[in-house]
Design a protein around this ligand. Structure first.
Ligand code: FE2
Length: 223
């Protein structure tokens, strides 16, 4: 393949992954903010949850070129190892930008399961930071209600049923709060995917080929 074509293909890959990553981040952000409110957290903490939500998978952007277009069912062990690095990568990137410890921990541990089967550290129960336990639930719900290369998005009720089957992964008190939020008559899944609450200072992630800026109120803006 000619060098120019290869570059164009890579740009397409990155653009697509960026769009998916941003949309997912917005949903997790909005949901985490609502969960924080329902849990009676301070406005500041709710806002921190929203920031963690939009940025939690930012480390995946560093893995895009290796993993684009593959789904978790067909990944080999090596690729799974790469995927599992992303929460640490997100943490490492954001640590350099002075995000609060609460935000950083919520992000680093957002794939820990309540029963100790998650990653990166197999943390169990309340050893998992509180924000990360919220993030875990919002993350799974957003993943299930989004289209994937290998399946269409599940509707809200099916997603909730699937999550109940896997409830061992979640903190039950927080999960009950989640049910309250998504079953509220004002809950609107489309609105979940629109940027509303997040206000983030600038951050740049420079990589060969592209860079990314997260700007005030609008979410991610490719630059
Ligand atoms: Fe993640």
């Amino acid at each position: 393949m000619a060098a120019v074509e290869k570059r164009l293909e890579m740009a397409w890959v990155l653009d697509n992954d960026l769009t998916d990553n941003v949309t997912h981040g917005i949903c997790v952000s909005n949901l985490a903010f609502s969960m924080g409110r329902e849990l009676g957290l301070s406005h500041e903490k709710c806002h921190e949850l929203a920031v963690a939500g939009i940025l939690h998978d930012i480390g995946k952007m560093k893995l895009s070129r290796y993993l684009h277009g593959r789904n978790e069912d067909t990944l080999g062990i090596e690729e799974m190892k790469y995927i599992r690095m992303h929460s640490q990568l997100s943490y490492d990137i954001l640590k350099k930008h002075d995000y609060s410890e609460f935000i950083l921990e919520s992000i680093l541990y957002h794939h820990e399961n309540y029963d100790g089967t998650g990653y990166p550290n197999n943390l169990l129960g309340e050893k998992i930071p509180f924000g990360a336990r919220i993030m875990r639930i919002c993350d799974v719900f957003s993943a299930l209600t989004s289209d994937r290369a290998y399946r269409q998005a599940f509707d809200k009720d099916t997603a909730v049923e699937l999550m109940i089957d896997e409830v061992k992964n979640f903190d039950m008190r927080i999960f009950l709060t989640f049910l309250k939020v998504v079953n509220d008559e004002n809950f609107n899944i489309e609105r979940c995917y629109k940027p509303t609450v997040t206000r983030i200072e600038n951050i740049r992630i420079d990589q060969p080929g592209y860079s990314l800026m997260v700007s005030e109120s609008t979410g991610y803006v490719p630059v």
